[in-house]
Write a protein that binds this ligand. Structure first.
Ligand code: PMP
Length: 385
């Protein structure tokens, strides 16, 4: 074949420059990324197996240990979004036929139940906290709970659950994608066996990396399996080596990690370390309370009535009567260049969601969000809901 014989021409769109508008990302994530983190991600890349990269990965590990409040050696960042960490947790600790119990307090429990089902094993869904009876009856190897339920705007209490799981020889897996840095969580003290999060919410890094940590009990279960995990890419035997957690001196190629994503993640963990977790938690609480008051002053109703159960990172607002929620959101995007979102999974059609996380979490942004909502409520035609 001659070199000039392509039949599919270069697409016209590829000959135009990239367009990505500046927007206020005040939905449930991704959040705006601060210039410092953007700059870190824009640095020239190095090889994923260079010694400098190992140092960066070691730093990331320490940053995650701080953010999670854990001393766990088996602490890494997944190459992939929050879902990658969800699948990694389930695929590595559960063998076919074993039982998983999932607390469903919004969409994320449903997702984990579906991930567990895909392995061809039984799962049992339930309401909120695990009851001793549920664990005694189903004898699960894993119990899953979402700490910050971004679809409901709920923060679920964690204290005491780890003890119940320990007593029933069950691993306690917690999703903190939407809560890490925004609401207090103490992996070791709260006896969480596996904890994961995402890069793109209160950490303010671009989407695409996901911190995860396993304690000794979880390692014992996952490294004493009879069968191999269903995923090669997510197999912790390989990933623990790639992250230098397996005690071996040589790290062997497994996959090519997202080098720029790790640069950004390191910078975002560094910002959290400089600021301090307590300050970050305090800031999210204060700004959320300011936002909640402003929303109520606009005549809006908050979806989660109990203040103590509201997630400071993502606020859910009941859709005001007589309004079409899609029109409100479209108007706000068009006239205020601001993303807010509707519900997700079970909360679709029930709520609007406003997220002010990390870098976005300040009263000036809360004022912008409130002004956009006030404008939309005034302008958008009523009663087509
Ligand atoms: N868990 C929760 C609580 C989330 O809010 C999200 C993202 N919205 C995820 C898991 C999944 O994360 P990702 O979209 O990064 O895969």
């Amino acid at each position: 074949r001659s070199l000039g014989s392509v039949t599919i021409p270069p697409p016209a769109c590829m000959l135009r420059p990239l367009e990505a508008p500046l927007r206020y990302l005040f939905g449930p994530g991704p959040s705006n990324v601060p210039p410092r983190v953007l700059a870190a991600g824009g640095r020239p890349i190095i090889g994923h197996l260079h010694p400098e990269m190992y140092e960066i990965m070691n730093d990331i590990k320490k940053g995650i240990q701080y953010a999670f409040q854990t001393k766990n050696n088996m602490t890494i960042a997944m190459s992939g979004s929050g879902h990658t960490a969800m699948e990694c947790a389930v695929f590595n600790t559960v063998e076919p036929g074993e039982s998983v119990v999932v607390a469903v307090n919004g969409i994320w429990g449903e997702r984990v139940a579906e991930i567990a089902e895909r392995m061809g094993k039984t799962d049992n869904r339930m309401g909120l906290c695990p009851s001793v009876q549920t664990l005694a009856k189903h004898k699960p190897v894993l119990f899953f709970l979402t700490h910050g339920e971004s679809s409901a705007g709920l923060v679920h209490p964690v204290d005491g659950i780890g003890d119940i799981c320990l007593r029933h020889n069950c691993l306690f897996l917690v999703d903190s994608v939407a809560s890490l840095g925004g609401a207090p969580l103490f992996m070791d003290e709260q006896k969480i066996d596996i904890l994961y999060t995402g890069s793109q919410k209160a950490l303010n890094a671009p989407p695409g990396t996901a911190p995860i940590s396993f304690n000794e009990r979880a390692c014992k279960k996952m490294f004493n399996r009879k069968t191999k995990p269903v995923s090669y890419l997510l197999d912790m035997t390989h990933l623990s080596n790639y992250w230098g957690c397996d005690g071996k001196t040589a790290r062997i190629y497994h996959h090519t990690g997202p080098v720029s994503g790790f640069f950004s993640l390191r910078e975002s963990l560094s910002i959290l370390a400089e600021k301090g977790l307590e300050n970050s938690w305090r800031q999210h609480k204060e700004v959320a309370e300011y936002l909640w008051k402003g929303l109520e002053d606009l005549g809006l109703k908050l979806f989660i009535k109990d203040k103590d159960l509201r997630l400071p990172c993502v606020t859910t607002i009941s859709i005001p009567q007589g309004y079409n929620w899609r029109e409100l959101l479209t108007y706000i995007m068009k006239h205020h260049q601001m993303e807010m979102t509707g519900g997700l999974g079970p909360s679709v059609g029930m709520v609007l969601r406003v997220g002010l996380m990390g870098y976005n979490c300040n009263k000036a942004n809360a004022d912008l969000a409130l002004a956009a909502l006030a404008d939309a409520l005034k302008v958008c035609p009523k009663s087509k809901a």
